[in-house]
Design a protein around this ligand. Structure first.
Ligand code: HDE
Length: 750
């Protein structure tokens, strides 16, 4: 019966259409006038849409401009359906000729389900495959109004953003805390078009010209025969390349520093790397470098922590970002710019602004804050958002333009190209996470997986049939290419002479580090080169280090057991150090950090409650650790001695002296085989000794204090908070945590 009425409805629609087509033209409507050869100069009424044509779908990740019911977008409702919406009775058994018989080819549900599953993966990103994203909002300060006409930088203007952080080298399933550069890519959904700031957590890059990108990536990726090692640079091909291609030495130095192993995405700086060009309302231009400054400060892991985490919690950074946002500890960064006059030389204080292996120290060009970004929502679906987000350095709103940096120029080509490989379609921009929030009125049509149902008859210009639309916008609202003078020159495959300086800034970076940070750099080089097999590679890299700094070279050579080469004749500038590059010596907010609290039934459990509340009040996460799960004196246990490792905590509080469990395996002395179990549970000893070694804040009161005393941890030592009053201990602990590490402990060790 229903079929009959549907058929009748359809017939009715066809009749309606036919009637409309037979109507006489409305006076003034297109088609009612004699056709003109002239291009229309003002919008006219376009042809009315056909009854079955809708406007292009404008759903956005935030639901703006949506006319599609939310239910249509995801898995909703009580009953399972096919992809076509037919309800299903059974998805657990394929259709067979009898319960033990063969499966029937006609099982269209099985076919659809398995076909879709077979196609669930898209190619991972060739670089930056491993990452995690979050939604947020950017608020302009209005501080860049004189320099830039982009409306989203205006005072109080709020713009939705999506940020994806990533490692560079590893596959999608690789560990988070490897030594590597981190990507820091931000999509600003501005009212004037999307702006993608696709940056890194280091301000310089390995190469000066994009044509070398396949070389550096091939060298850094796993060896082609064994596909080893995963997600790291500690292997021959990487060091072979960077020791021969010395412009990579500066970036490599950043990788070997603590910046290569961030504590959290939330504690990374971000850099646009290239110099960009801002344009103001009058058309005047300024060269700028973009910076993201984390409110929580720059903070790194130790190398041992990073290595342990790769096994214990390979999702450490992803989890940290997700948990912090869920807990309401929204990470924030200020966007800042270093501004330089747009002179024909495009240099600042002798630094070539078009050379992406160079940065400009903040001491000579302060970073001026121009807005604040807050990440306040996790993705609903990892694949739909973090995986499918597609950045492109050419996504620029009016007011922001590119420069001739040869690395940036190559990127302008690469990012669209790579999306075609990932999505197999030029329509990737229509995926919800990639849709602009500005109205789109392009003339791009058709293609694989077209989502828009475009109305109109004339996706071309000039036209008269769509009333001449779309028109070119006026100079006041359109993106205008800056008419930069290009010097008369011959076509050459050459770099400017200034690009030949490969070592001065690596030396500047090394000399800006504190002793303890230098020690970490030495160990990192020694570790990585120690993983290489080829002697010639190690020796050549030592020669590069000798050009950077003789002392650095000597220390690494010592560790490798090789003679330190004498510096060669390469002329290297002694630039003033930049103390702003160091992580040591400043205090930062503690939001979203984790404090482990070791408890014991005989300890001060009231004190534990007070400590927990203080940690929560400080915007941090307290995790109670005990011998077994369940409760200890009414306090819920979140971690046991079996599941807890120090790397999860930024600080450890000890509120008791848990003795080894009666059923615990005795610890055997390696040499004598004797039972060497002490008074304290050996797993707590391990937890504390690791926390100590990683220079983390450690606090204790009451019985916990005695437990620490037995391990030689005393009140006068750096980063140690001991006392009788729990409030005072916690306050001291927080102060020590603000410094990120008890740095002196490293030096005591060294
Ligand atoms: Fe990328 N880069 N890149 N890159 N890059 C990609 O684009 C490329 C460079 C950066 O979270 C790819 O969508 C070339 C510098 C980030 O989705 C690809 C060159 C900087 C991300 C690509 C560079 C970056 C990418 C891989 C040299 C820091 C992750 C998948 C000319 C300023 C974005 C993709 C995300 C991703 C090419 C150099 C940052 C292949 C050819 C310099 C943060 O298009």
């Amino acid at each position: 019966k229903s079929m009959t009425s549907k058929a009748a409805q359809a017939a009715g629609k066809v009749a309606d259409k036919a009637e409309k087509l037979m109507e006489p033209p409305v006076p003034g409507a297109p088609g009612s006038e004699p056709p003109s050869l002239e291009e229309p100069t003002e919008p006219r009424e376009p042809l009315p849409p056909k009854p079955d044509q809708g406007a292009p779908d404008r759903r956005t990740p935030t639901g703006a401009d949506t006319d599609v019911p939310a239910e249509a977008m995801g898995q909703q409702g009580a009953y399972l359906t096919t992809a076509q919406g037919a309800r299903l009775r059974d998805t657990d058994h394929s259709l067979k000729a009898g319960p033990r018989g063969p499966t029937l080819l006609q099982d269209h549900h099985l076919r659809e389900k398995v076909m879709h599953f077979d196609h669930e993966r898209i190619p991972e990103r060739v670089v930056h495959a491993r990452g995690a994203g979050a939604h947020g909002v950017f608020e302009g300060y209005g501080a860049a109004d004189d320099l830039c006409r982009a409306a989203f930088l205006g005072k109080g203007v709020e713009t939705p953003v999506f940020v994806r952080f990533s490692t560079v080298l590893g596959s999608r399933g690789s560990a988070d805390t490897v030594r590597d550069t981190r990507g820091f890519a931000t999509k600003f959904y501005t009212a004037e078009g999307t702006f993608d700031l696709v940056g890194n957590n280091m301000p310089v890059f390995f190469i000066q010209d994009g044509i070398k990108f396949p070389d550096i990536v091939h060298a850094a990726k796993p060896h082609p025969d064994r596909e080893i090692p995963q997600a790291q640079s500690a292997h021959d091909t990487f060091w072979d390349f960077v020791s021969l291609h010395t412009e990579a030495q500066h970036h490599t130095m950043w990788n070997m520093s603590d910046r290569g192993i961030p504590r959290s995405y939330r504690t990374m700086e971000g850099f646009g790397v290239h110099t960009f060009r801002l344009v103001n309302a009058e058309g005047a231009t300024t060269l700028v470098k973009f910076h993201w400054k984390p409110r929580l400060g720059v903070h790194s892991l130790t190398w041992e922590e990073a290595q342990m985490l790769n096994g214990i919690d390979p999702d450490f950074h992803r989890r940290d970002l997700y948990d912090a946002i869920e807990a309401g500890a929204f990470p924030q960064w200020e966007l800042g710019i270093q501004a330089f006059p747009d002179t024909p030389e495009q240099t600042f204080e002798g630094i070539d602004l078009l050379d992406p292996t160079k940065f400009v120290p903040e001491e000579i060009a302060p970073v001026q804050p121009i807005g604040l970004m807050t990440l306040n929502a996790n993705p609903t679906n990892f694949f739909a958002e973090s995986e499918q987000v597609a950045f492109h350095v050419g996504h620029l709103p009016p007011g922001i333009d590119v420069t001739d940096d040869p690395l940036l120029q190559a990127r302008l080509f690469s990012y669209l190209d790579t999306q075609l490989n990932r999505f197999g379609s030029a329509n990737f921009g229509q995926i919800p996470i990639n849709r602009p929030h500005a109205p789109v009125n392009d003339m791009l049509r058709d293609g694989y997986m077209q989502q828009g149902v475009h109305a109109g008859a004339a996706p071309y210009r000039p036209n008269s049939l769509d009333g001449g639309c779309p028109f070119h916008a006026g100079t006041d609202t359109a993106f205008l290419d800056v008419p930069v003078q290009v010097p008369a020159a011959s076509k050459v495959r050459e770099a400017p002479a200034s690009f030949a300086d490969h070592f001065s800034q690596a030396r500047l970076f090394w000399r800006s580090m504190t002793t303890v940070e230098q020690e970490h750099i030495v160990r990192a080089y020694t570790f990585e080169l120690g993983k290489c097999y080829e002697q010639a590679v190690k020796e050549r890299q030592l020669r590069a280090l000798a050009a950077i700094d003789a002392d650095l070279c000597a220390q690494v050579a010592l560790g490798l057991g090789l003679p330190a080469p004498a510096p060669d004749a390469t002329e290297v500038l002694d630039m003033d150090p930049s103390p702003a590059l160091s992580q040591v010596g400043r205090s930062w907010p503690l939001d979203g950090r984790t404090v482990g609290i070791v408890v014991d039934a005989d300890g001060d459990l009231e004190g534990v409650d007070a400590a927990r509340r203080a940690v929560l009040a400080a915007g941090m996460v307290p995790l109670v650790i005990a011998a077994r799960g369940g409760e200890v004196g009414g306090t819920t246990v979140q971690r046991t001695f079996l599941t807890a490792r120090s790397v999860e905590y930024d600080a450890v509080l000890v509120a008791g002296a848990p003795a080894p469990a009666p059923d615990a395996m005795p610890l055997r002395d390696a040499k004598s085989g004797a039972d060497s179990t002490g008074a304290l549970d050996p797993r707590v000893v391990l937890l504390l000794s690791e926390a100590w070694r990683h220079a983390k804040a450690i606090g204790a009161w009451g019985a916990g204090r005695e437990a620490l005393g037995a391990l030689g941890i005393e009140a006068d030592q750096p980063g140690v908070a001991l006392g009788d009053d729990v409030d005072a201990v916690v306050a001291d602990l927080f102060e020590a945590m603000g410094l990120h590490r008890a740095w002196e402990r490293f030096m005591v060790e060294a």
